[in-house]
Write a protein that binds this ligand. Structure first.
Ligand code: ATP
Ligand code: FE
Length: 335
């Protein structure tokens, strides 16, 4: 089974070819145009997708060393994401499927982030059902109970900002370029995480809140800069380490609660923020400390990619769960 996956939910145009669960190619064209605006500009994103989608798919097929005729089905991101961006991938996937006469498979982007764990990779173990997924990305922060490939239940989520936004907005306050999450991670490695304690927001149940966190970073930096204009430059690594430490603590506190509530101690992390070294280390510690069984995805399957769309498509293909051509993109798409 050869699945061509297409991802265009935000600002990355991506295509991947999967053969029986193994990745043959995984191409991502990241749009650089948004950098100068400090965030993704939706209109520019859809235009860039239109420019990128044909070359990216050609490259995915070429580096997989297969032709269009070999593809068994097309899997695409239906949502959630930016409507204009989703429309490009959705329309393209529909036309390609129609043209080639092969099945069309719609995929939920957030499920795909989780299902990335099932891509066949040497040295990576796959989670067993049921497990808990901590999905941490640019637009979402969720704890999901995963009972089977497509039986997923959100048992906790953010009530405001996503954790990726907490990273990116904090970075912006520090004057770092977008997206700042990876930079905070980088500087954290040489900083003292105890230097500047940030509060742990109080949120009920398994839910999260990060808008107050971002505000506390803002007020802290404003106050310190008033006293010393060079405060950020002089303390950048310590500030970053403190921010990262606090965010990881918030995530781990809720995970512990979720494990207690569900009795499930198999934990998989997914989404762009699962690239973060702080959360990765915290999970590895939790294996020793609490006896959890933790699953940390390969780096290239954390941020947006089409390999994860293709693996979700692969499992739907096995179930013959195909979409018809009346299907539309969905900016908000819960499962
Ligand atoms: P969603 O999946 O919710 O629709 P998205 O697709 O835009 O959102 P992803 O591509 O999954 O999000 O993740 C991007 C986010 O991950 C950004 O906020 C980025 O800063 C963050 N991120 C990536 N690497 C790291 C890292 N090492 N440390 C912290 N954050 C990171
Ligand atoms: Fe994503």
């Amino acid at each position: 089974i050869y699945i061509l996956g297409i991802e265009s939910s935000c600002d990355d145009t991506a295509a991947a070819v999967l053969h029986n669960g193994k990745i043959l190619s995984n191409i991502v064209a990241t749009q650089e145009v948004h950098k100068q605006y400090g965030g993704v500009v939706p209109e520019l994103a859809s235009r860039a997708h239109q420019q990128n989608i044909v070359p990216v798919i050609h490259q995915a097929l070429a580096s997989a060393n297969i032709g269009k005729k070999d593809v068994s089905a097309i899997a695409f991101t239906r949502g959630p994401g930016l409507m204009g961006s989703l429309l490009v991938g959705t329309s393209f996937a529909k036309s390609l499927s129609l043209g080639l006469g092969i099945p069309l498979i719609e995929v939920n982007h957030m499920q795909a982030h989780i299902l990335a764990h099932f891509i066949e990779e040497n040295g990576f173990k796959k989670p067993e059902f049921p497990f808990l997924a901590l999905t941490i990305s640019g637009g979402h922060t969720q704890i999901v109970k995963v009972s089977s490939y497509f039986e997923m239940e959100v048992i906790g989520e953010t009530t405001d900002d996503a954790v990726g936004e907490a990273f990116d907005k904090s970075a912006k306050i520090l004057g770092l370029p977008y997206p700042g999450g990876p930079l905070i991670d980088k500087y954290s490695k040489e900083g003292n995480h105890k230097a500047f304690p940030f509060p742990n927001p109080k949120v009920s149940d398994l839910n999260f809140s990060f808008s107050g966190f971002k505000t506390s970073v803002l007020y802290f930096v404003q106050k310190q800069t008033k006293e010393n204009p060079d405060f950020v430059a002089e303390n950048l690594k310590d500030i970053c380490a403190s921010i990262q430490f606090s965010i990881v603590r918030i995530l781990m506190d809720k995970l512990k609660k979720a494990v207690k509530q569900t009795g499930i101690n198999q934990i998989a992390i997914a989404g762009g923020v699962s690239a973060n070294s702080g959360i990765r280390n915290a999970l590895m510690d939790a294996e020793k400390k609490y006896g959890w069984n933790c699953f940390i995805p390969k780096f290239e399957y954390t941020t947006d990619n089409a390999a994860m769309i293709a693996i979700a498509g692969h499992y739907k293909y096995l179930e013959k769960d195909f979409s018809d051509y009346s299907i539309t993109a969905q900016a908000r798409y819960n499962f």
